[in-house]
Design a protein around this ligand. Structure first.
Ligand code: NDP
Ligand code: HSE
Length: 437
């Protein structure tokens, strides 16, 4: 059968991995796809790098637009990243009738509605397994494997960089900056690492998971995003003393009021499997009404793990490209005219438990004031830890875990606690999820 011709845009970390995996496993891949899949053209701004990696085996160019309009190309693999040139390239490729494979979660979370509509109109596929959780086939699992279920919630460690940083801080006592540099050196971080450490990358991925889990359109601007830059070693240690690990979690949940869509540092009981996912590994818990909780684990970033998903998409698209477009799996799992208009819940209405750390004068009556404020707002305390004051100090750290309450009530409590004359500085608040079924 005629080979499938691929144009590769970007031969950096993931593009380089894709070249390597496709070349190394060519024979197995052909046996799976039913026909050879050949990269025939590579575009990269860094021509020297592209020439070196491809060793003269294919045409290289620094003009990515020439690849997407090349009539000999069947599938365009976009691995440049970002939401500007990548968007133009993807839309142009679609308009030329080419299928697209991309690992670009930012592009899909922000411009996915437009891109999928264009692809639908042209009858082409846009495949994006690598966009969420690197090498874990989570898109296929949720979109196809769990198609019988009403998805109730999804919670995941879906950013390798931050999980790597948190692990290095906890296990080796490394500083945040040192751990981040290591993550960048290992090829885990985004070109702008703010996307990783501020939770934006995880929110992009969570938006995609929510879309395929609940059949809602992309609405990234409504996601709540909080990163790990404010986390201290003290909080990580105190959480551990209370039997919890701190992870940057993406959580999306169906509630009576709508869909929760939030990324933030979260305490998780250390006995949960997901609490023990370390380094750049990712894990996603998906709760379906029929199957119950399911857990998917694997490498969430890096050249070959991500290439594993890119190449799997190439095989999928190759198998399906001659099929009637109406017989293909819908891009976002649900038929495009059957998407739901469930609202995204405002963060103030989210219900969860909390870890609070405050610095208080070591004197009588302090705790009574705090518990009165919490009690008035119907917030009940689940656990409590008071540290001994350090030598010569008059203030102590007080740590509390609350039972589930509503975010707006905890915010009000924090305002009132910070006004107490016996409290100094800000109250630290970290959300807590039991993640039981
Ligand atoms: P890299 O920066 O390593 O690679 C991107 C490559 O594209 C670079 O060689 C870059 O050149 C080149 N490039 C940039 N602009 C252009 C352009 N206009 N025309 C041609 N080439 C261009 O990024 P990654 O491989 O890490 O990421 C690629 C995509 O994969 C992103 O969307 C990312 O979010 C996603 N992803 C990354 C993962 C990872 O582990 N790294 C995992 C999952 C997804 P130059 O270096 O000169 O800018
Ligand atoms: N920067 C991302 C991460 C790459 O660290 O998870 C994988 O999407």
């Amino acid at each position: 059968m005629k080979p499938i011709n691929v144009g590769l845009l970007g031969i950096g970390t993931v593009g380089g991995g894709t070249w390597t995996v496709l070349t190394r496993n060519q024979e197995e891949i052909t046996r799976r796809a039913g026909r050879p899949i050949h990269i025939v053209k590579v575009a990269d701004r860094d021509l020297e790098l592209a020439k070196k990696l491809t060793a003269g085996q294919v045409a290289v160019t620094d003009d990515a637009f020439s690849v997407v309009s090349d009539p000999d190309i069947d599938i365009v693999v976009e691995l440049i990243g970002g939401t500007t040139i990548a968007k133009d390239l993807v839309l142009l490729a679609i308009s030329h009738g080419k299928h697209v494979v991309t690992a670009n979660k930012a592009l899909l979370a922000v411009h996915g509605n437009e891109i999928f509509a264009a692809a639908q109109k042209q009858g082409v596929m846009v495949a994006f397994e690598a966009a969420v959780a690197g090498g874990i086939p989570i898109i296929k699992a949720v979109r196809e494997g769990l198609a019988a279920n009403r998805i109730e919630w999804i919670a995941g460690i879906i950013n390798g960089t931050t999980n790597f940083i948190l692990t290095e801080m906890r296990e080796k006592g490394l500083d945040f900056d040192v751990a981040l540099k290591d993550a960048q050196r290992l090829g885990y971080a985004e070109s702008d690492p703010t996307f990783d450490v501020e939770g934006i990358d995880a929110a992009h991925k969570l938006m995609i998971l929510a879309a395929i889990g609940f059949g809602i359109p992309m609405q990234f601007d409504k996601a709540y995003t909080e990163g790990i830059t404010q986390l201290t070693g003290d909080d990580i240690r105190y959480a551990e003393q209370l039997g919890y690990r701190v992870k940057l979690l993406g959580i999306t949940k169906r509630t009576d009021a709508g869909i929760e869509l939030r990324v933030h540092p979260t305490l998780i009981p250390e006995k949960r499997l997901i609490a023990n996912v370390n380094g750049a590994m990712n894990a996603v818990l998906v709760k379906g009404d029929a199957v119950g909780p399911t857990l998917y684990y694997g490498k969430g970033a890096g050249a070959e793990p991500t290439a594993s998903s890119v190449v799997a998409d190439l095989v999928d698209v190759t198998r399906m490209c001659t099929a009637d477009p109406h017989q293909r799996v819908p891009h976002l799992a649900f038929q495009p005219d059957k998407l739901s208009d469930l609202p995204i819940s405002p963060m103030d209405e989210v219900r969860t438990a909390y870890y609070l750390r405050l610095r208080a004068k070591d004197q009588p009556g302090v705790l009574a004031d705090i518990t009165r404020i919490l009690g008035d707002l119907n917030i009940s305390i689940d656990a409590f830890l008071q540290k001994e004051p350090a030598e010569g100090e008059q203030e102590v750290d007080i740590i509390m875990l609350t039972h589930i309450t509503v975010e707006k009530y905890i915010n009000q409590a924090i305002i009132e606690i910070e006004l107490l004359p016996t409290i100094s500085g800000k109250v630290t608040r970290i959300r807590l999820e039991e993640l039981n079924s």
